[in-house]
Design a protein around this ligand. Sequence first.
Ligand code: FA5
Length: 357
Amino acid sequence: MSDVSLDNLDQHTADLLNAVAALSSLEELVTRESSLVGKRSVLSSLQKSLGGLTPDERRDAGARLQESRRRVTEALEARRVDLEAQERRATLDADRLDLGDVVGPTVSSPLEPGHPGIIAVTQLALEEVFVGMGFRVEDGPEVESDWYNFEALNMPPAHPARGMWDTFYLEMGEPETVVLRTHTSPTQIHLMERAVRDDALPIHAVMPGRCFRRDTPDARHLAAFHQIEGIVVDRDITFADLAGTIDAFTRAYFGPDIDSRLRPGYFPFTEPSAEFEITCTICRGEGCRTCSQTGWIELGGCGMIDPAVFAAVGIDSTTWSGFAFGFGIDRCAQMRHEIADMRALIDNDLRFVRQFS
Ligand code: FA5
């Protein structure tokens, strides 16, 4: 470019504009900027040489140089905007999430409508059976204080029966005072407290909901599962009412072919207590892996409400008596639909899920 002079400035300006148009990246533009229009450019050298011209020649040449610099600078800025946009687009393209990889070829097909899962369906079916028997449906919190989950249920601190439930504690308040409920039984306490406060006895209610235990998942257990609690508080309620209710429920939900039985059991909040079992539907009582070869599956616990529990909520146990029960909803679903391993309920395998739509 050393032979560039004011005489061939127009040609040089055209060359500079071509060079700007040929810049192919922002990095190249930044590197070459100074030699095109900056201090190291021919335009700047020509500017310096104006000193040897007459004032008239200098004014004329200065104006031509300024015009040339303006055109090249404008072209350079326009090229910078283009290149920035190009590079931004390239980055976005590179970062784009290809949903084709995630959802595969179904992406363009209409979305399948969802449907309630097997647990929701089972819970509704159980509620319907109990509503048909005169119970109302109530709800309760999943996070409980020690009082509701244990103490009001006749398990003072350090009571050995607390070990029946391996508990998840939340880091709230004093250590080991707030729990993820291990069973739906604390809802009994809320309900009875409310009925006392509102002078609304008797109670006939079921309370379904999620429970949590540090249980290792296996064919019959999950760490997060569901129970449906039932409670009746009325006058002259006896164990025969409890047994009759459970028998009526079994027939209504599982049909006449399934046998049920009550076995003596222990719960601190009921006395007497019983465990409620049905014939294993996987082996029809023959014995299999699901029922640990016993032929029976435990669905829940039950019993007559202990006077200590009535005392905790302020119900007079000389006037009122009652029973309570708590069944596993997941177990009911497992037995009703003959699912050998309960872990299938949480695998989210569509081949399994679609069977219950
Ligand atoms: C109880 O939870 C008592 N609250 C039941 C009760 C209520 C007794 C009212 C008396 C009066 P248990 O721990 O046995 O009891 O659990 C009851 C049922 O919940 C079990 O029979 C089972 O069907 C279900 N269950 C318990 N643990 C799990 C688990 N980890 N996964 C799935 N289901 C479970």
